[in-house]
Design a protein around this ligand. Structure first.
Ligand code: NAD
Length: 463
């Protein structure tokens, strides 16, 4: 199951051989740890054109703000949020090698015509080489304006720009686009994308809305005092999600099938949570979850999932039905039941687990891809209503190739292809999906709704 190639390329003989043979050398990603909680280096804050984040920031020469956009209320709002990431914010590349560029944030919210798009090139072309290993290039864009096809064209252009940059930038560095109108509403998102917690996310577009946001009292423990329920928590991604939500302060109820008993109890005990042995496909699963949580629930993570792969021509109904039941029907049923009972408190969060197979399709997975595409449909349809009627956001993670028992069972050559066919040249870890879930779950993410974020190292599948 372990990625031996990645480990080998990190050794001296591995480095030598891969260089001599011209083989790919995936970078060891910098992930969050208590010892290294932040990216290493400074944050470069640039502006292309005139910032449109809630106002008008003056741009400096070459479209790049001399003062990081801090000459207007809008620019100051963004500058203040960036300063709170804990990174040292600069507006030009530091001369000293002691201050590597950990991240570049380019405010392109005001880019509304092709000439202004040229300022994106002008701002990033001279600095992109300076970005450190495992660093970030984050472009901030504006929501597309349906009444302005010029603005929509160039803002959509940013998407192609960022996706291409993610593919070429290499060395564990990632690129992303956040569409926003208000820096405060996007604080949890900017903190997440500018931290090692988002190491395996690249080439993604996140749209942050304008719903009111409650900043957590403590950004290190944003879920303190809250209750979360994670399905499929006995192992794999679910166990990592439970662990990460507990790290962030939540009391976590770990749900899994009764036959996972010992593993489930061990996982729950390890994080100081509680175990709920329950088959999520039971018709009354929602009611039983609500009964087990008389005090209510703040974060519901639908993670349990199964595969029963076979090409459609060889797939009997008994391989189709359970996949649709676990991965989609039970998600619909329990979500409906818990919302109807008011079991999810206002400010609550629902995080579903899709898959890149549900976006791109995959040979032998018509059942699985149908179920996971169904999850995407659920999220997009329910998100606006759940927020309006219950104050609850609904989002999805869409993992790519993640190193778990599920992918360890994949035949060797397909497994190797899955690991390497992405911009970071390696598989993700369960914690990468868990960190993304924790970002959605944060009280600070109230304006992040209806999003499907791929945690896939920018897999070539469906890209
Ligand atoms: P896994 O098989 O390691 O773990 C899944 C867990 O869900 C198990 O503990 C299992 O007992 C539990 N579960 C299954 N059916 C259940 C039911 N009816 N009721 C309650 N619990 C049930 O899988 P994983 O790799 O950790 O995947 C977790 C989720 O991520 C799944 O939804 C999967 O489809 C999705 N996903 C995984 C990958 C990957 O690369 N591993 C990629 C894309 C999506």
């Amino acid at each position: 199951m372990a990625d031996r190639y990645l480990r080998f390329t990190g050794t001296a003989p591995g480095r030598f051989l891969t260089r001599r043979l011209g083989l790919p050398r995936p970078a060891a990603l910098h992930r969050w740890s208590p010892e290294r909680p932040a990216l290493d280096g400074v944050l470069l804050h640039l502006t292309a054109g005139t910032s449109a984040i809630g106002g008008d920031a003056a741009a400096g020469p070459g479209g790049t703000s001399e003062n990081g956009g801090s000459s207007s209320a809008a620019g100051r709002g963004l500058a203040a949020v960036l300063a709170r990431t804990g990174l040292d914010v600069r507006t030009s590349v530091p001369a000293s090698a002691d201050a590597p560029v950990a991240a570049v944030v380019l405010d392109a919210t005001g880019v509304a015509d092709v000439d202004a798009l040229g300022e994106v090139h002008a701002a990033l072309h001279p600095v992109v080489r300076s970005v450190a290993v495992s660093g970030r290039v984050l472009v901030l864009g504006a929501p597309l304006d349906p009444a302005d096809h010029h603005q929509s064209a160039v803002q959509q252009g940013l998407e192609g720009f960022v996706r291409s940059l993610g593919k070429e930038i290499g060395r564990g560095r990632t690129a992303g686009l956040v569409r926003l109108t208000d820096a405060g509403a996007a604080e949890s998102t900017l903190r997440f994308l500018l931290s090692p917690r988002s190491a395996y996310i690249s080439g993604q577009v996140v749209e942050v809305g304008t719903a009111p946001v409650t900043a957590p009292d403590d950004w290190e423990r944003p879920l303190a005092g809250l209750t979360a329920l994670v399905t499929g928590a006995a192992r794999g991604i679910g166990e990592a999600v439970a662990t990460t939500l507990a790290r962030d302060g939540a009391h976590v109820v770990c749900l899994d099938i009764p036959s996972a008993g010992a593993e489930l109890t061990a996982a729950a005990t390890r994080i100081g949570g509680s175990a709920l042995p329950l088959d999520i496909t039971a018709a009354d699963a929602g009611a039983r979850i609500a009964d087990a949580l008389p005090g209510g629930l703040d974060v519901l993570v639908h993670n349990a999932g199964i595969t029963r792969d076979r090409r459609l021509a060889n797939m009997p109904a008994d391989r189709w039905a359970p996949v649709l039941d676990v991965n989609l029907a039970s998600v619909l049923r329990t979500t409906d039941a818990l919302l109807a009972k008011g079991a999810l408190r206002a400010g609550g969060r629902i995080v579903c687990t899709a898959s890149i197979a549900g976006i791109a399709g995959n040979t032998g997975q018509t059942n699985y891809a149908a179920s996971k595409a169904g999850v995407v449909g659920l999220v997009r349809s329910l998100a606006p209503r759940a927020l309006a009627e219950h104050g609850v956001t609904v989002n999805a993670v869409a993992p790519g190739f993640i190193e778990t028992r599920m992918t360890a069972a994949v035949p060797l050559f397909i497994r190797e292809a899955g690991r390497r066919m992405n911009s970071l040249g390696q598989g993700g870890l369960p914690v990468d999906v868990a960190e993304t879930t924790a970002w959605f779950a944060s009280p600070g993410s109230g304006a992040v709704n209806g999003q499907v974020v791929r945690v896939c190292g920018q897999s070539l599948l469906g890209a």
